[in-house]
Design a protein around this ligand. Structure first.
Ligand SMILES: O=C(O)CCC(=O)C(=O)O
Ligand SMILES: [Fe+2]
Length: 316
């Protein structure tokens, strides 16, 4: 498969069971193969998307000293600002050529989780940034819930299997700014090859060239979305839970050609995480003679911790 297939969530939420099943089959097949789809019919309005980009650009245009006020020590970059070059892909020493922000869960009715998660960081200079960030978080979380319902059906589970694990889950919305490139980056790239940690990722901003995904032959193929599409891919948690039936595909963001070095890239992934207590133990329905159990039992919280150490975001 050399292109990322396109699917439409309106099929899944329609009352028509044939259309619903068509969506389930299309996304399931795509995730068994390339691990990515471009999705139309998400719950973000054009106005919300426009306002979000406006606020995100305003935030990254703030003076460095102002942004650094929001870089909170001791929480592994899980909320607030992470400055340029801090994060590197697993196993790579050069930092990625990016700065980013993290919005986390707005916990409802659960004191234990309120304590477990770091608080969201409030940007005083940009009240709308905080408000629009929260709205976007909620809409992407809702979109992700339906995608996971479709995947649950594909896997032969109850449709609402994931619902209780993602309610108040540890998801993160990450606006990223890849600044203009000023000098030969040598080994560093905008985002080095990696798999995502979480269950699924919903990515806004894959419209321009830059994002590439690796197919089975090891070839890099461009993943470019239409203006009304989100890119949605499987992360390592879901691939582990399904014994690698659903593929967490390695992807990267390449540097632009020299004539475009002067341009920024803005992209906004939503990393859908479950609550940390969710067991990612391999599902029995994904084990057979040809596919023996390939992963040890682990919870989502333990797995996340391991990976944040590997990314250089927290210390052992
Ligand atoms: O910037 C992009 O388009 C992709 C970013 C990404 O893959 C990530 O942050 O995990
Ligand atoms: Fe990624």
């Amino acid at each position: 498969m050399n292109i990322v297939p396109s699917v439409n969530l309106n099929d899944f939420v329609s009352e028509d069971s044939t259309r619903k099943q068509k969506f389930v089959n299309e996304i399931g097949k795509a995730y068994e193969d390339i691990g990515f789809v471009a999705l139309k019919g998400h719950f973000l309005s054009d106005a919300l998307v426009e306002n979000l980009y406006k606020e995100v650009k305003s935030f990254f245009s703030l003076p460095t000293e102002t942004k650094q006020k929001y870089e909170i020590p001791g929480i592994g970059g899980q909320r607030g600002y992470v400055s340029f070059g801090k994060e590197s892909a697993k196993g790579k020493k050069e930092g990625d050529l990016k700065e980013f922000w993290h919005f986390g869960q707005y916990v409802d009715n659960n004191e234990a989780l309120k304590k477990e998660y770091p608080d969201n960081v409030y940007v005083e200079e940009l009240p709308e940034f905080n408000k629009i960030g929260k709205e976007t978080y909620k809409m992407l979380e809702k979109t992700a819930k339906y995608v996971l319902r479709a995947l649950a059906l594909y896997l032969g589970l109850e449709e609402t299997y994931f619902d209780a694990f993602i309610y108040n889950g540890n998801s993160i919305l990450r606006p990223i700014h890849y600044p203009p490139i000023k000098e030969e980056p040598k080994e560093a790239v905008r985002a080095a090859a990696h798999g995502d940690i979480n269950l699924i990722t919903l990515l806004m901003g894959a419209q321009g060239r830059g994002l590439q995904v690796q197919n089975h032959k090891g070839e890099w193929i461009d993943a470019i979305a239409e203006p009304d599409e989100l890119m949605i891919n499987v992360g390592d948690m879901l691939s582990r839970h399904t014994n690698n039936k659903l593929k967490s595909t390695i992807h990267r963001v390449i540097n632009p050609p020299k004539e475009l070095w002067g341009t920024s890239r803005y992209s906004i992934p939503f990393f859908m995480h479950p609550i940390s207590a969710m067991k990612l133990d391999v599902l029995e329905s994904c084990v057979d003679d040809k596919n023996p159990k390939a992963f040890d039992d682990i919870t989502a919280g333990e797995f996340l911790n391991e990976r944040l150490i590997e990314l250089g975001l927290i210390k052992k």
